[in-house]
Design a protein around this ligand. Structure first.
Ligand code: SAH
Length: 251
């Protein structure tokens, strides 16, 4: 594609693949894929996006799953460095945005430490673009703040540093990534912090994909609704007044 910078041999581009729909890939991400010698991708990257990887490129699936820690992360970094040092044009492809709950910062730091040149190509993060696809705007006139947090701490439970009550009291809209397992604790703590049980809440699964599913409820009832419906993952938890706009914003 003309006008875009080329990937220099021996460098790594950390590229966001968006929430799944290949139409949400940026032009720069598409350009990067077309030039790659090696693509190292996460389990979260949509199959429609993977189909855009040229047949000539080596494709390496690094299914980094929630819960696994540093050894896997180190393997990924070592792999990127090894291919870059071999003079390859490397694309590290991540679901959503590489710098949003994706360890993109850690991977970029590993590259910097190894003296490998890299570029960040931002992507549409699930917690903004994916929710938009579900008819949930994160801001509107009635919303003055949004908090994004992870429901997945270092050992699979909530991070002890996460001030759930503080977020619940201060942010109008709350978006939690990786929060299905810890949802009972999260919702309980938000209710105890004084958040209105009637606050609209939703689980958005497979956002932007043909099998996108949205479960709407309210904070006080969400836990039971999720237990009954068992929404598929990946899924986002979103809480706040604008969830109710979905009714009018989806056909
Ligand atoms: N870097 C990604 C987030 C990775 S963390 C981004 O910017 O979107 C993984 C979590 O992202 C999942 O547990 C889920 O909460 C969320 N997620 C990613 N893709 C999603 C999708 N298509 N639909 C719903 N949630 C998604």
């Amino acid at each position: 594609m003309s006008g875009f910078p080329d990937i220099d041999p021996g460098t790594v581009w950390l590229v966001g693949a968006g929430p799944g729909d290949p139409g949400l890939l940026t032009l720069l991400a598409h350009h990067a894929l077309s030039q790659a010698d090696v693509v190292i991708h996460d389990a979260l990257v949509g199959s429609g996006v993977l189909d855009m990887i040229p047949a000539s490129a080596q494709r390496i699936a690094m299914g980094k799953r929630a819960g696994r820690t540093s050894p896997v992360q180190e393997t990924i970094s070592a792999l990127m460095i090894e291919h870059a040092q071999a003079g390859k044009r490397v694309v590290r492809l991540k679901g959503g945005d590489p710098f949003v709950f994706a360890r993109g910062a850690e991977e970029a730091l590993a590259l910097a430490e190894a003296g490998i040149a890299f570029r960040i190509v931002p992507g549409v993060t699930a917690g903004i673009g994916g929710l938009a696809m579900a008819g949930i705007p994160l801001t509107s006139k009635q919303i003055s703040s949004v908090a994004m947090a992870t429901g997945h701490g270092p050992d699979g439970s909530l991070d002890p540093k996460l001030d759930v009550e503080g977020l619940g009291r201060s942010a109008d809209m709350l978006v939690f990534y990786m929060a299905i397992e810890t949802l009972p604790e999260l919702t309980d703590r938000l209710l105890k912090s004084g958040r209105d049980p009637q606050t609209p809440a939703a689980i958005v699964s497979h956002a932007s994909l043909p099998d996108q599913q949205v479960l709407t409820s309210c904070l006080g009832e969400l836990r039971e609704a999720v237990k009954r419906a068992k929404p598929p993952t990946p899924a986002l938890l979103v809480i706040g007044a604008n969830v109710a706009l979905r009714e009018r914003l989806t056909a």
